[in-house]
Design a protein around this ligand. Structure first.
Ligand code: CMC
Length: 429
């Protein structure tokens, strides 16, 4: 079969050039314009990457129209129902679900890498008690490059794997330490006899005098199950802003810990992972159902910067499959923790109101993954300013998988976009 192409014609010069169409396993065909400049002396202009594929990747697939999200080919709802977060992390990193033995070795290694260098304690202590935990995360994860100098030959696949495992293992430990620091409690060491989610809850909430007992409410099975679910749903989302940031930073050959710190910084923004914190603040500000119309009008007003947080998505245009799963989980968690939360009722009413509004219908704005995730985190006693940190822990699985994928690809080039220069033309001083 002849290769499909797209012909571009420059009307000024009459020159015509054919560009080949790249086809993935599924999804929209992509015009390969990498030789456009060479062949036609032109660049493309696409701010916000509205139509640009920045790389080839075999990790995650999204069909925004159909509301489909696949990790390595597996539908997100099946993974959410049947797997643990670390099984999903293994899948993302390695391409296949591990068998029993492979998974056990993987989890054992995560346990081995979880400890932080003891000197990091004084680094963490240097933050003011009221520092935002995301600010701490950016700094502390970036500082890992100063604490872990070994296994950093990025041409060595084993070194790259170890770096990735370190980040996945240490992220919940750093996150919990940020929280403990903010409340003035001693840091809790990670425990390799607990699962990833149990361990995190233990490091967050256990007290020095308390012995671990399975029935302790800070590691209750409902909390563990909910955390596991949220971590899976947040684990990867193909070329989102933070993952693209990690890839761009990595394309320079920069230290992997610094690259992940760059991803954390990108995730922090309210248009991205910071939305889960912003949703809770917004719901608290709206306060009561009768004020919903007022806030819907604000969101629609072009002169008002207010946006309905947790609504809209660049890719999903009918529904976000993750939001559907989380919405259902909210009912279960609130029911079993008997933590009736008026903000959940308010969120349901707000969703209902917005989905009937012409503006939201016409622009295809639906609740995204973060509209409901904060309600669950709140029910688990995670403080609001830690919500995006929770996202960070989960997304580390995706970041390191993309980093491993790109670093293993031959012929990597530095990411270097072009621009349309709009400044002054050359002039004399
Ligand atoms: N409230 C009100 N209007 C909105 C909203 C919203 N939440 N989202 C988009 N719009 C409007 C926007 O004003 C624009 O209108 P117009 O065409 O008249 O200029 C139109 O819808 C398209 O919006 P956009 O900003 O061009 O779309 P985008 O793809 O660039 O942005 C988004 C996507 C998620 C950044 C945006 O929808 C948004 O800011 N949502 C609120 C923040 C949020 O919930 N972010 C979490 C995203 S999911 C978690 C993650 O993956 O990080």
């Amino acid at each position: 079969m002849a290769q499909e192409t797209l012909t571009l014609r420059n009307n000024s010069t009459g020159k015509e050039v054919e560009f080949s169409l790249l086809k993935g396993t599924v999804g929209t065909p992509v015009v390969d314009v990498s030789t456009l400049h060479k062949q036609m002396g032109l660049f493309t202009y696409d701010p916000g990457f509205m139509s640009t594929a920045s790389c080839k990747s075999a990790i995650t697939y999204i069909d925004g129209e159909q509301g489909i999200l696949l990790y390595r080919g597996y539908p997100i709802d099946q993974l959410a129902e049947k797997c643990s977060f670390l099984e999903v992390a293994y899948l993302l990193m390695n391409g296949e679900l591990g068998n029993k033995e492979e998974q056990a070795v993987f989890e054992h290694e995560i346990g081995q890498h979880a400890m932080l260098h003891e000197a990091m304690r004084s680094f963490i202590d240097g933050f003011h008690y009221d520092a935002h935990p995301m600010a701490m995360m950016v700094g502390i994860v970036g500082s890992l490059s100063a604490f872990y100098h070994s296994e950093l030959n990025m041409d060595d696949a084993e070194h790259r794997r170890i770096s990735a495992m370190r980040m996945l293992a240490k992220m919940p430990v750093i996150a919990a330490a940020c929280y403990r620091h903010s409340i003035g409690y001693p840091y809790v060491y990670p425990r390799s006899d607990l699962s990833y989610c149990e361990n995190f809850l233990n490091m967050m909430f256990s007290l020095p005098s308390q012995k671990y007992i399975e029935k302790d409410n800070y590691i209750d099975p409902v909390a563990v199950k909910a955390l596991n679910l949220l971590f899976i749903l947040h684990a990867d989302h193909e070329q989102n802003a933070s993952t693209s940031t990690v890839r761009l930073a990595s394309s320079t050959g920069a230290n992997p810990y610094a690259c992940i710190a760059a991803g954390i910084a990108a995730l922090w923004g309210p248009a991205h992972g910071g939305a889960n914190e912003a949703v809770l603040s917004m719901l608290a500000e709206i306060g009561t159902v009768d004020r919903i119309p007022e806030y819907i009008e604000k969101a629609k007003d072009k002169n008002d910067p207010f946006r309905l947080m947790g609504f809209g998505h660049r890719v999903y245009k009918n529904f976000d499959p993750r939001a559907t799963i989380i919405r259902k989980a909210c009912y279960e968690v609130l029911e079993s923790t008997s933590a009736k939360d008026p903000l959940f009722d308010l969120a349901l009413a707000l969703e209902d109101y917005a989905l009937k509004d012409e503006y939201f219908v016409e622009k295809k704005l639906y609740p995204n993954v973060d509209f409901y995730s904060g309600i669950i985190y709140k029910a688990l006693n995670i403080p609001v300013d830690m919500f995006t940190v929770m996202f960070t822990i989960a997304r580390t699985a995706g970041w390191v998988s993309h980093w491993l994928e790109m670093m293993a690809e031959p012929g990597q080039r530095i990411g270097r976009p072009r621009q349309v220069y709009t400044g002054k033309d050359v002039r004399d001083v």
